[in-house]
Design a protein around this ligand. Structure first.
Ligand SMILES: Nc1ncnc2c1ncn2[C@@H]1O[C@H](COP(=O)(O)OP(=O)(O)OP(=O)(O)O)[C@@H](O)[C@H]1O
Length: 228
């Protein structure tokens, strides 16, 4: 569960990016965050995994009050949240297998469990046959599938994605969206910021629209709206 109450965020340069947000997202929901460029979508979702801190207000993620969270506990929070970015952020010198395994190695998981978990998630994203490849030997869609595999290898309750189809062509974007849908069907909450109008309008999920740092619309089976 994700809960925000009276959340404000002003960046050090004085920009008010979030101007009073109250929201509740239940376990298992699939939520699109839409709105014009600069509206505050990225800031909104970055606060969920503590990439940014709010200036004021309360944020509770999976029962953890982030304002009470010690810096030393931030890595533990991040392990319960899978994050996927537009530019994949894979480690170029590691193979597909190693990129995904990395998340489990840092928490000291044993090699046998690592191998099984990694091969299971690579199977889910249909890339088991490319486990030994390096990121630059893969297409954009394949790289995004590796980054999705990496984000779910810890079995996180929540997945957060910031414009995950931004660098992909329409067909590949759809493949990626079907993968997110499958992961959501297994019970993972998904919060995704996107400018992809066609996908939002076709998938009929909850839509939260952000404008000028405020939620201006929150609909159960929403539409993208009139943004570019
Ligand atoms: N690190 C930062 N320091 C200062 N200002 C920032 C920072 N990050 C974002 N901003 C500003 O905060 C506002 C909201 O930005 P944010 O990236 O959250 O918008 P967005 O809705 O995700 O935009 P886009 O759709 O273009 O990605 C903008 O005015 C932006 O310039």
């Amino acid at each position: 569960m994700i809960e925000m109450s009276e959340v404000y965020k002003t960046y050090p340069n004085g920009v008010l990016a979030i101007n009073g947000i109250d929201i509740m997202i239940n376990q298992g929901e699939f939520v699109y965050v839409v709105g014009p460029s600069g509206a505050g979508k990225s800031t909104f979702i970055k606060m969920m995994y503590r990439e940014e801190k709010p200036s004021s207000g309360k944020i509770v993620i999976n029962g953890v009050d982030l304002s009470q969270l010690k810096e030393s506990k931030v890595p533990m929070l991040r392990r319960s949240i899978g994050v996927v970015f537009q530019d994949f952020k894979l480690l170029p010198k590691l193979t597909v297998f190693e990129n995904v395994a990395f998340a489990l190695e840092v928490i000291g998981e044993n090699p046998k469990t690592i191998k099984k978990r990694v091969l299971d998630v690579l199977d889910l994203v249909q890339l088991k046959h490319k486990a030994r490849f390096f990121p630059d030997e893969l297409s954009g869609g394949e790289q995004q599938r590796v980054s999705i595999a990496r984000s779910i290898v810890n079995n996180p309750a929540v997945m957060i994605a910031d414009e995950p189809t931004g660098n992909l062509d329409p067909d590949t974007s759809w493949e990626i969206m079907h993968l997110f849908e499958e992961i959501n069907n297994r019970g993972t909450t998904i919060v995704m910021a996107t400018h992809n109008k066609e996908i939002v309008n076709t998938m009929k999920k909850r839509v939260i629209a952000v404008e000028d740092g405020k939620i201006v619309r929150d609909e159960a089976r929403g539409e993208y709206g009139i943004y570019d």
